[in-house]
Write a protein of this length. Sequence first.
Length: 240
Amino acid sequence: MSTSLRFDRLDALRGAAIVWMAVFHFCFDLNYYRMLVPVQDFYRDPFWTLQRALIVTLFVFVAGVSQAVALEAGQGWPRFWRRWAQIAGCAVLVSIGSSRMFPLSWISFGILHGLAVMLILARLLAPLRGGLWLLGAVFVALPHFVQHPFFDTRWSNWVGLVTRKPITEDYAPVLPWLGVMCFGLAAGQWLLTHRRGLLAGAVPAFVRPLPVLGRWSLSFYMVHQPVLIGGILVWRALLH
């Protein structure tokens, strides 16, 4: 099947998610350097924790839809693994970078780590099609009913069946987020069959940069924090 069709609306949605994420991280960075007044609690305040949950939900859902598009376009395993290696490699870099800035709460299984695992599982589950809705609901519900101390260590909390949330700057375990990806995958399969234009249609002129940003989302993700933090440090130096 031809891959020439651009799914601009899907890319725009991914671009919107990454802009939202960058604004959230900018606020977090300002708070970290005590430049927000009053100082905010990003770990407990519902205003911030809800935003974080919604941003991750949007990212993972769109990743599921994107997998449906890739599979319909005939993406084989070799091409999948090339993209997967980029995501996994960036996840390793995030762990290394966060360990320097947050030695006690470094990111051992954040959003990129989660995506690396979930994309493999989603691809294997894709043939279930309509059954993905039910499976996704099971994955989302499971952590609410099944927890065990075995999953509370850094080496096992990636599953998600923890009894307490780990102390880390980012945490996106397989459960429940694989359920959200299943929802996105199922939605993408349905839309490609019944409402293809919702994904591939043109976007309004005022949001045309978003599809471009969405197609370069991984690169943007990796550079935005160093740029934001560098800018804040320069700003602080100029103020003093």
